[in-house]
Design a protein around this ligand. Structure first.
Ligand code: ING
Length: 307
């Protein structure tokens, strides 16, 4: 019996700084309604889907920074998303700024969750690769203060069994690191979902600005192919608070082919019928890890005990 799952990627256009959680959730719900009409049973929303990408500003006051964080999930604002998805029997994933108290200490992460068709949070992930910087750098057209506002995730990538498939989550900058895909594939993942907020301008290397779309797909297509993974990637896109964010949300097959892609920089749904068994074309042949991979020959990568 084939394991075809119709995956939807719900790209979001700009979210303004003063946009309420309710407004953002309303837009997410509208995309969910469109998704169910397309037969989608798994819907992928972007990184930090509930707010504007606030690391673009330096804020000295922690109480102001904390206005962008969620202290409970589901919250009153996001509960409608959980309720409607459960009514529709749709799984979904989205990213948000998570603040929680652990051992009496407030912790803050750039997080994402996977919610089952029954409306249960079945997996949590906290962004491992935090890009950007810690101190305010006024020379930049905009800041990228993820290293200031978030702590790096302390748990490795993980795989969750759901809907007959094996799902892993990553977030934004994670997609640029080949280790992300290989670790998830070695753990048995068949689908990697991720969201991103990617400015077109990269202050440290503006000569690469024109390559943002190329690099975006390059890293995900390569990761999908070399690991036999479906990749479903959802952008927060468009001119958000005067900062142009890359769109081109997409679904990539284990062959590395882009099988669906957004063509706007606004709220847009793209879908594809994803046969999870197609991962086997890659994982049982060209990238059969057991048969061909040589971790003893990559001691610096694999931690194998060789000089
Ligand atoms: N954003 C960017 C990303 O990795 C970035 C940071 C932009 C890195 C452009 C390199 C080039 O897509 C987040 N949120 O990680």
């Amino acid at each position: 019996m084939s394991r075809i799952i119709t995956i939807g990627v719900a790209q979001l256009g700009p979210i303004s700084r003063d946009e309420s959680r309710g407004a953002a959730v309303g837009r997410m719900l509208a995309l969910m309604e469109r998704a169910v009409r397309r037969g989608v049973t798994m819907l992928v929303y972007p990184e930090l889907a509930l707010t504007t990408f606030f690391p673009r500003w330096f804020m000295a006051d922690q109480s102001e920074i904390d206005t962008f964080f969620e202290t409970e999930m589901p919250s009153a604002a996001t509960r409608p998303l959980f309720d409607r998805a459960r009514e529709l029997g749709m799984a979904f994933t989205f990213g948000y700024a998570e603040k929680m108290v652990i051992d009496g200490r407030p912790r803050r992460f750039n997080a994402s969750i996977l919610v089952s068709p029954e409306g249960e949070i079945v997996s949590r992930y906290r962004k491992i690769h935090l890009p950007g910087h810690f101190e305010n750098e006024p020379w930049r057209a905009f800041q990228h203060l993820e290293k200031r506002y978030f702590e790096p995730g302390e748990e490795p990538f993980s795989v969750c069994d759901m809907m007959g498939g094996k799902w892993a989550m990553a977030i934004c900058n994670d997609r640029r690191w080949p280790e992300t895909y290989r670790e998830c594939a070695l753990r048995g993942a068949e689908v990697l979902t991720l969201g991103y907020n990617t400015p077109l301008h990269y202050p440290l290397a503006p000569e690469h600005d024109h390559l943002q779309a190329f690099h975006n797909h390059l890293c995900m297509q390569a990761g999908a192919y070399a690991n036999g993974l479906w990749v479903a990637a959802s952008a927060k896109a468009g001119r958000e608070e005067n900062c142009d964010l890359l769109g081109q949300s997409c679904i990539i097959a284990p062959t590395g082919e882009i099988v669906a892609m957004a063509s706007t920089v606004g709220d847009e749904l793209v879908c594809a019928d994803c046969d999870l068994d197609r991962t086997r074309e890659i994982r049982e042949n060209i990238f059969n890890f057991a048969m061909h991979r040589r971790p003893d020959m990559y001691p610096l990568l694999s931690g194998a005990t060789r000089p």
